[in-house]
Design a protein. Structure first.
Length: 357
């Protein structure tokens, strides 16, 4: 039964936000999904929603939280390499904690895959799933086919194209806390790359483009655990005084790196479902030069917040046109389109539609 807010006479929706168990929520460095889950939860709470966060015990948050077990990252930091079944065990433990409390929530919003669909049972109609990864591979096809009654929110129009009609519950672009990053009106001379060191993100391409433009580049991000050899084979040989890899960065360091950059290079080579770093750059007033794949045409306003390109040659030409973009306008477009408040309002509208069925 939905409670009523005594001051506004509006129904108070009780929402469980179920985060992954890989990193704490919010994350310290890498962990875009965990960052979005936390920003969404805080913005929902500020909007009058009663939020309970299901997240690992090493999560540092003021939100009401359920979770007695550490994240996979914390276990690996403490114990080194862990058994391959540990992620599944952590998910099973989280699902047990959720099962015991299902009656306490009007909406259960899950940000992981795939076990929650089974434990929700008849409650699937009052749940929402956000997949923070591509949805066009075989495992997702099997998942959607087996659970046609599971409402799924897409994070972009591009991602929604891979979600069956029966599952589609709406599209909500990501948003981040409005004041996390401060805009900088006058940047330095370098360009930036932030992302996993993997062939999906192509930091090697970013280095080549920056070098061709005669600009230094600073690269940040984690070495992809799923493709660890890529960094040594394709990126490390290209590093030098003009191409420096600084490793993972926290919010403060990311803000400095992006704010000081003339542009963020985003040379993706896969169907990016969103691309969080693009809006983080915009929050700093930094334009984005991004390859025309996945969600990019939805996020970057060509000629306003950056340039959409299809090749290294086009990216090089775009660097020569950065002077035509206004960094204050880039920041204003971020504030209009990609704040956590807007994201929370969009999700809240979906929750209400689900409850009204």
């Amino acid at each position: 039964m939905i409670l009523m807010n005594a001051l506004s006479a509006q129904p108070v929706i009780r929402v469980a936000q179920v985060a992954p168990n890989i990193f704490p929520t919010p994350p310290l460095h890498h962990g875009g999904t965990e960052r979005i889950v936390h920003d969404l939860s805080v913005a929902l709470q500020n909007a009058g929603v009663e939020v309970t966060l299901f997240a690992p015990s090493d999560s540092a948050t003021h939100l009401p939280r359920v979770g007695d077990y550490p994240s996979l990252a914390a276990l690996e930091a403490r114990e080194g390499r862990v058994a391959p079944g540990v992620p599944a065990a952590l998910e099973a433990l989280q699902m047990e904690a959720l099962t015991r409390r299902l009656d306490a929530f009007d909406i259960v919003h899950c940000h992981g895959e795939f076990a929650h669909a089974t434990i929700l049972g008849a409650r699937r109609c009052r749940s929402l799933t956000t997949v923070h990864w591509r949805v066009d591979e075989r495992d997702r096809a099997l998942f959607f086919a087996g659970f046609p009654d599971l409402p799924v929110a897409a994070i972009s129009v591009a991602q929604e194209a891979g979600i069956p009609l029966a599952n589609r519950a709406g599209i909500v672009h990501h948003g981040i806390a409005r004041d996390r990053y401060a805009p900088r009106a006058v940047p330095g001379d370098h360009v930036a790359f932030i992302g996993r060191m993997t062939d999906q993100k192509r930091p090697d391409v970013a280095i080549r483009v920056a070098r061709a433009a005669g600009l230094p580049i600073r690269l940040a991000g984690t070495i992809d655990v799923g493709n660890p050899g890529y960094f040594d084979a394709a990126v490390r040989p290209l590093l030098g005084d003009d191409a420096v890899y600084v490793g993972p960065v926290d919010d403060a360091a990311k803000g400095r790196l992006l704010g000081d950059a003339r542009a963020l290079l985003f040379p993706i080579d896969w169907p990016e479902p969103f691309g969080l770093v693009m809006i983080e750059a915009m929050a700093c007033g930094t334009p984005v030069i991004a390859w025309n794949r996945g969600s990019v045409p939805e996020i970057v306003e060509d000629g306003v917040t950056g340039f959409i390109v299809s090749s290294e040659a086009e990216a090089l030409a775009a660097i020569g046109r950065l002077h035509t973009l206004d960094r204050a306008t880039v920041r204003r477009r971020f504030e209009a389109r990609f704040t956590a408040e807007r994201m929370a309002a969009d999700y809240l509208a979906i929750y209400r539609r689900l409850l009204a069925r």
